[in-house]
Ligand binder design. Structure first.
Ligand SMILES: Cc1cc2nc3c(=O)[nH]c(=O)nc-3n(C[C@H](O)[C@H](O)[C@H](O)COP(=O)(O)O)c2cc1C
Length: 254
């Protein structure tokens, strides 16, 4: 018998409101899936202090002891993660931003390859697309493979609007489940290749200050995991990364 699919939804809404309601509807729509909603507002997640220790000395050196690692373990154990946030002031909520900051060492040392993800965002009028774009770009850099996002307008709460939102969310969720079950091989995108080369080079340049990145990259050759990359694509990615690196390390002109 197949093992149950595991999906974890990380909800950045400060209350059990519109965003939670959609997640809850998805949870109930497929009871055979092990679906867990983590409300960041109900967990102990402290503000990043900006010490840079997670990046330089490894995530275990973070001075904050709270629920961060429990949330990360849930993401590691799940087949997919749903990143859900209301749109507040045309962006992700402050709570979701806190979570992004507390896990931003994964942008340096991505590990979620082979895991799927979906962004689910709500708004009253404008901006759900910006919120989704941010979540998708940030967590793609951490290794996740995103299916198309769900961007919902919850304005009038009429029957029509609610039906439309339920339909949109259910269809997107079905695509996520199909993607998980397909078990297709992941191929690095061009942007991921460029980022890999930039971070690998930086890890070498900063090795005295940031041994965690250095250790992570030192045995890695062309990408985060063994995969055949077309010759020209690889060359071009390295060339663009080199140009970006030059800009980053250029001495200011006097
Ligand atoms: C502080 C705040 C800022 C908001 N900013 C926007 C916005 O920029 N664009 C928009 O369309 N809706 C905005 N909204 C409306 C919410 O995005 C919308 O009601 C959302 O569905 C709320 O989800 P929640 O119930 O999970 O908090 C804002 C709401 C709040 C509380």
């Amino acid at each position: 018998m197949d093992e149950k699919l595991k999906i974890v939804a990380i909800c950045g809404s400060p209350h059990r409101g519109n965003t939670y309601n959609i997640l809850s509807m998805l949870e109930q729509s497929n009871p055979e899936i092990d679906f867990k909603i983590l409300m960041l507002s109900e967990l102990d997640l402290q503000d990043c202090t900006g010490c840079y220790s997670c990046v330089n000395n490894g995530e275990d050196s973070c001075p904050l002891k709270d629920d961060r690692d429990m949330i990360i373990d849930q993401m590691k154990n799940a087949d997919a993660t749903i990143f859900a946030s209301p749109t507040y002031a045309r962006a992700i909520s402050a709570l979701m931003k806190k979570f992004v900051e507390r896990t931003s060492f994964f942008a340096h040392r991505p590990i979620f390859f082979g895991k799927h993800a979906m962004a689910l965002t709500t708004c009253a009028g404008f901006g759900a697309d910006l919120t989704s774009k941010y979540l998708t770009e940030n967590f793609t850099q951490c290794g996740f493979k995103f299916v198309p996002s769900v961007e919902l307008m919850v304005a009038r709460k009429t029957e029509d609007e609610t039906d439309r939102n339920r339909k949109q969310a259910t269809e997107a969720y079905a695509k996520l489940i199909t993607a998980i079950k397909a078990k297709e091989q992941f191929k690095p995108s061009f942007a991921q290749l460029v980022y890999f080369n930039i971070f690998k080079s930086i890890s070498g340049l900063n090795k005295l200050k940031g041994w965690a990145d250095y250790e992570f990259y030192k045995e890695k050759k062309d990408f985060y995991y063994d995969v055949k990359i077309p010759y020209l694509k690889n060359k071009l990615a390295k060339w663009i990364a080199g140009k970006e690196l030059k800009k980053m390390t250029a001495k200011p002109s006097t």
